[in-house]
Write a protein that binds this ligand. Structure first.
Ligand code: HSE
Length: 422
């Protein structure tokens, strides 16, 4: 099988190394030799291409008659999307790690592959080395999935773990994640929730048979999470994780990325550092946890190679799950969840009672609370409350009413609380 690679970044480096190291083993598994013909990149790096031809002209790969499969590892949307479209149209199978193009154009690209009778492999697009695409499209194809809950951005998980376990500052932890090679070229994609939203759109499409629709994912980043939030959460029996959640409800499918308090004894609470994990709740198995490296050259190249070997063996076509009837993707306003509220107040009699009254007026029941005995400064104290699940709209109104109280002397901070059942 003759291969061309577009892109020469971290994942391409891992792929080149594994192709070199495992050539013989791969030939046995694939029942044919995987031959690297050409590598294209806008910038040349000092990497051993094993004798393959190099070109700066990325799009030229799609027109080569001596190439069967194109591996797109460039990232970004413009040129990468054009290459993938041209390659599929030219009758070449494609393996891509590009979550951004799949999250928005996935339906069109799979249709294009089908029309031209070629394969589109996307295992590397979500959670690096974790075989979650194969799990959703093959291993769990018969199961009715209720919920996907993922720690699918290693940079965020690294930052929150470092803040929680070592008391690290946000900026220092981010710099360290960048130096480890996990962060996106623009780290705002990581800490702002965009990277996780791309991945969640892909997981949701495959888990629930809905369209790839990144625009419908509600995304909130981790930049407002403070060390105090982490400390109070722990006192209440929770840790804070950045989650991607898609959930089937009676009304449709929720898709959301945001920081969340999760119980300290839940499976996902034990996932720390740059590791990723995806928990699937379905009606047959209960809960499954897929855990492993969500980024990194060799780990992600493992997923690329699995697609290549599958192509060579002829068991390559991803069959999308059919949902039976059109299932709506729900806006965040339709979500119901519990919340952690940190409310900075003036330390004076009756304030807690006033807060409890406002919550009860909005139909919100309190599950737990912390009130410090002494003011931390200027007679200000934080009151921290964890509520029972309530509709998003009721919580928004309650937060606005709390914010308007004269005794509230700073921004009311709200973080959703999730019980993923595992
Ligand atoms: N920037 C991503 C992360 C890695 O931090 O998880 C690639 O998806």
């Amino acid at each position: 099988m003759r291969i061309a690679i577009a892109g020469l970044g971290t994942v391409a480096g891992g792929l080149l190394a594994l192709l070199r190291e495992s050539a013989q083993n791969l030939a046995v598994r694939a029942d044919c030799r995987l031959e690297l013909i050409a590598v294209a990149s806008r910038t040349r790096r000092d990497v051993d291409l094993g004798g393959a031809e190099f070109t700066h002209d990325v799009l030229s790969l799609a027109g080569r008659d001596d190439v069967d499969v194109i591996v797109e590892l460039m990232g970004g949307e413009g040129l990468a999307l054009e290459l993938v479209e041209r390659a599929l149209t030219a009758g070449k199978s494609v393996v891509t790690a590009n979550k951004a193009i799949l999250a928005t154009h996935g339906d069109r690209l799979f249709a294009l592959a089908e029309r031209h009778n070629v394969a589109l492999g996307i295992e590397a697009s979500v959670a690096g080395g974790i075989p979650i695409i194969a799990a959703l499209t093959r291993s769990l194809v018969a199961n009715s999935i209720d919920r996907v809950t993922g720690i699918i951005n290693g940079t965020c998980n690294y930052i929150l773990s470092a803040m929680s376990d070592q008391g690290a500052k946000f900026e220092d932890a981010l710099a360290r994640a960048q130096s480890l090679g996990y962060a996106e070229a623009d780290p705002r994609f990581d800490v702002g929730g965009v990277d996780a939203a791309h991945k969640l759109a892909i997981l949701t499409a495959l888990a629930f048979g809905v369209p790839f629709n990144k625009a419908a994912v509600y995304a909130e980043g981790i930049t407002a999470v403070t060390p105090d939030d982490i400390t109070y959460a722990r006192e209440l029996g929770y840790c804070i994780k950045q989650l991607g959640i898609s959930r089937r409800t009676a009304k449709g499918i929720e898709m959301r990325v945001h920081p969340a308090l999760i119980p300290l004894d839940s499976m996902l609470a034990s996932v720390s550092g740059v590791m990723n994990a995806v928990q699937i709740n379905d009606q047959a198995t209960g809960a499954l946890l897929f855990y492993g490296p969500g980024a990194g050259g060799r780990a992600t190249a493992s997923s690329v190679l699995s697609d290549l070997v599958s192509f060579a063996r002829g068991d390559s076509v991803i069959r999308r799950r059919q949902s039976g009837s059109a299932v709506p993707l729900l806006p965040i306003e339709a979500v119901e969840s519990a919340a952690y509220l940190r409310i900075p107040v003036i330390d004076q009699p009756g304030v807690f009672a006033r807060i409890a009254t406002i919550l009860s007026e909005h139909g919100i029941s309190i599950e737990g609370a912390i009130q410090r005995e002494r003011a931390i400064a200027d007679h200000k104290v934080p009151i921290v409350v964890v509520t029972q699940p309530v509709p998003e709209t009721a919580m928004n109104k309650a937060v606005a009413a709390l914010q308007a109280l004269p005794a509230v002397v700073g921004t009311v901070r709200r973080i959703r609380v999730e019980h993923a059942g595992g």
